[in-house]
Ligand binder design. Sequence first.
Ligand SMILES: Nc1ncnc2c1ncn2[C@@H]1O[C@H](COP(=O)(O)OP(=O)(O)OP(=O)(O)O)[C@@H](O)[C@H]1O
Ligand SMILES: Nc1nc2c(c(=O)[nH]1)N=C(CO)CN2
Length: 223
Amino acid sequence: MQFHTWEPAYEAILRDFGYDRDGDEAARDELAALVSDFDVSRLDATGETVAVVGAAPALPDDLDAVADADRVFAASTAADVLRERGLAVDVHVTDLDKNPETSRELAREGTPVAAHAHGDNRDLVAEWVPKLDGANVLGTTQARPVDGVRNFGGFTDGDRAAFLADAVGAERLRFAGWDFDDAPDDAKRRKLRWAARLLTWLEDRRDERYPILDGHRDLDWLP
Ligand SMILES: Nc1ncnc2c1ncn2[C@@H]1O[C@H](COP(=O)(O)OP(=O)(O)OP(=O)(O)O)[C@@H](O)[C@H]1O
Ligand SMILES: Nc1nc2c(c(=O)[nH]1)N=C(CO)CN2
């Protein structure tokens, strides 16, 4: 997704949460100093079904879509649930705030880690990105992309995984581990609300219907 297409969504998110754009840009620049260019063609999913795996509490009972998929893009702690059950992770999408040791292990094994920098995880980026095998790190930002730091669209780890799958040519997206009604607190609920909005936008752009969005579709925020 071109940044000018993403930017209205980004600005709506900045407004809603009161995030500081300068903070996101500073985080992006710090990440850019730590990563090298990642060859995104390594993730090519043309013609494939990608499972976009979120970390809803019911994920362990929702693994059929994962087993059926050609590739698995796992968000944050969803990667741990999959690995505990012997299921492969093809990309780990994370802002490093929950399971950075898993990111380190995956990158060491050769699995790409899409590591995201924003204004509220700069300390984590500084601490953990240098510990990851740099050959397997794809730096991402929600601000304007620079150098090796890319913006495929998306906000939470899970919806960023979906936008990444879209960007690398996935023919079909399947969702596992998503539940917009099962958030532990209000902050998470608000973030999931944006995840639902952004996925509604994605399904609209791709002319698809994702059952996880039933009862949660929202395009009213689009300028
Ligand atoms: N009920 C849910 N609770 C938590 N995450 C969910 C849920 N449903 C879907 N997800 C998706 O799973 C992703 C991973 O969840 P997890 O709680 O491990 O991550 P997180 O590191 O707190 O995510 P983020 O930093 O993006 O908020 C979320 O980013 C979200 O997109
Ligand atoms: N500035 C900022 N950006 C974010 C944040 C956050 O807490 N602050 N959280 C995210 C997903 O949890 C994604 N992006």
